[in-house]
Design a protein around this ligand. Structure first.
Ligand code: FAD
Ligand code: MLT
Ligand code: ZN
Length: 475
């Protein structure tokens, strides 16, 4: 083993130093199979500190270093040159050395993925996180990462920054550069830079993150990035329905649903995807108007792949996706149905926190959350499958979340027997007392629908949420 390889093994640990030619071939041939290079080894560091150590080794041995992510690049930039130079003082080649080849630094073990900061709409991701993993992570928190590309399951955060990848949503969100708020990287001398705070306002000198966007591995090895996220689904749908309302007068419906509900409907009905490919969320808008109104819709910023139905059967076909959600949910289990209203401006924040709130109650159990509803009026139907029918934990948690966002525990279904305990989250104690007085005046014997609407005064638990109504705390 040469001194370079020994040093590299010391930096990353022997299991992460690859020298088997059969293994190296996968790292030295690019995705197109047009470019083949020579490498003396592949190193797979597991931390920024190890990356730094690798870079220092290469600098010491004057060995060329090729950073690599998912190796999906299409221009030969992710593999060494066929006559890759590696010189160095250990006799493996001098300035003109041609033996051995470069060191390929695979970033695919840098997979740390921080929690989504729902207030700032940001996340920190390791350079080796794939775009698919990042997008799924963001989606679980109700956000979308602005870059998507067909290579998503291999292409990495580091590689997409290094190429300033565009992808299929560039028209809406811009390229990777536009998502980039900060980086951690290792410079050619092994020094580590760390700019991951994601400060929205900063003007203290050069923007190194932006410098590395499109740098193609020629300036530094990116180890992590602070990335902008976009509110997925609900915020976009709310904005779009508002834009449609502004563009045309006759909006009759603005209905929201998400992939989870659509998937259940499709499983039950066999219907095809409504748009060319799966999306995280959908807005179904119905507009009464003329052909002139239809023309005005283009000004509302409809996505390019929007499905438009002008005749009765086309409209019915689109409505089926929305109208069959309730039955599809019930066919999958006994749902806990929460019918909350929140101010339209709070929809995104509510939705972003919802999955976390349900997960906290689920405690590791997989409880699907299916969200849909009448978005124009801020009414979301939150359906949770999985909890025992008698278990009220998730009902309470979701109701409290709605209340915390200045919302109501019922938008249109009423209180029934299901939500009497949570009425106090929405109506203050004096209001409930006034309603009781009205009820007693008209039904003094309590004959009519006992147990519905009013919290049971004997139930010690209803008083707990009631206190919250006097001081709802929108965040
Ligand atoms: P790699 O291919 O491994 O590397 C690409 C470049 O980045 C190299 O120069 C490499 O040295 C550098 N690099 C990688 N990681 C780091 C790091 N941690 N630090 C510093 N430099 C690094 N591209 C688009 O822009 N839009 C598309 O829509 C698109 N669609 C594609 C579809 C398919 C099916 C395929 C195969 C490719 C597609 N690409 C697309 C190209 C490719 O996916 C992108 O260029 C992507 O950004 C490469 O990411 P990667 O992690 O695979 O990087
Ligand atoms: C609906 O909007 O479809 C109904 O309120 C039914 C439901 O919430 O499941
Ligand atoms: Zn409804």
């Amino acid at each position: 083993m040469s001194s370079l390889l020994r040093d590299l093994a010391g930096a990353v640990g022997e299991p992460h130093l690859l020298t088997d030619p059969a293994v190296l071939a996968g790292y030295t041939t690019d995705w197109t199979r047009r470019y083949h290079g020579t490498a003396c080894c592949v190193v797979r560091p597991g931390s920024a500190a190890e990356v730094s150590e690798v870079v220092r080794c290469c600098a010491r041995h004057a060995a060329a270093l090729v950073p690599q992510g998912g190796n999906t690049g299409l221009v030969g930039g992710s593999v060494p040159a066929a006559d890759s130079y590696r010189g160095g003082p250990d006799g493996h080649g001098g300035q003109d050395g041609r033996d051995g080849g470069a060191v390929v630094l695979s970033a695919t073990r840098l997979t740390a993925l921080g929690p989504v900061d729902t207030l700032a709409a940001q996340v920190t991701a390791g350079a080796g996180v794939t775009i698919g993993q990042l997008r799924a992570h963001a989606a679980r928190a109700g956000f979308e990462y602005g870059v998507d590309l067909a290579s998503r399951d291999s292409a990495t955060v580091g590689g997409t920054i290094a190429t300033n990848a565009g992808g299929m949503h560039g028209i809406r969100y811009g390229p990777t550069r536009a998502q980039l708020l900060g980086v951690a990287a290792v410079l050619a001398d092994g020094c580590v830079i760390n700019r991951l705070s994601g400060l929205p306002a900063e003007s203290a000198g050069y923007d190194l993150a932006q410098l590395l966007a499109g740098s193609e591995g020629t300036l530094a090895v990116i180890t992590a990035a602070r990335l902008r996220l976009w509110p997925a689904g609900v915020a976009e749908a709310a904005a779009l329905q508002a834009a449609i309302r502004a563009a045309v007068p006759g909006i009759r419906a603005a209905e929201y649903f998400e992939a989870a509900g659509l998937d259940l409907v499709r499983k039950r009905t066999g219907l095809a995807l409504p748009l060319g490919r799966a999306r995280a969320a959908y807005l179904l808008a119905e507009i009464a108007g003329t052909a002139v109104d239809a023309g005005r819709l283009s000004g509302a910023g409809l996505p390019p792949d929007a499905a438009v139905a002008l005749d009765r059967s086309g409209r019915a076909a689109l409505w089926a996706y929305r109208e069959r959600i309730t039955e599809a949910i019930s066919a999958s289990g006994i749902p806990h149905k929460m019918d909350v209203a929140v101010p339209v401006a709070r929809l995104a924040a509510f939705r972003a926190e919802l999955d976390g709130v349900v997960s906290a109650v689920a405690g590791g159990r997989d409880w699907p959350v299916i969200v849909f509803g009448h978005i124009g009026v801020g009414n979301l139907h939150v359906n949770v499958l999985g909890p025992d029918p008698g278990d009220t934990g998730v009902d309470e948690a979701v109701s409290r979340l709605a209340a915390a966002h200045g919302g109501s525990v019922s938008a249109e279904h009423g209180i029934g027997r299901a939500k009497t305990r949570w009425l106090g989250l929405t109506r203050a104690a004096p209001e409930i007392a006034a309603m009781r007085a009205i009820k007693t005046a008209l039904d003094p014997a309590g004959l009519l629908n006992p147990g519905v609407l009013f919290p049971d005064c004997e139930d010690p638990e209803w008083r707990t949420p009631a206190t919250a109504a006097t001081s709802p705390t929108p965040t």
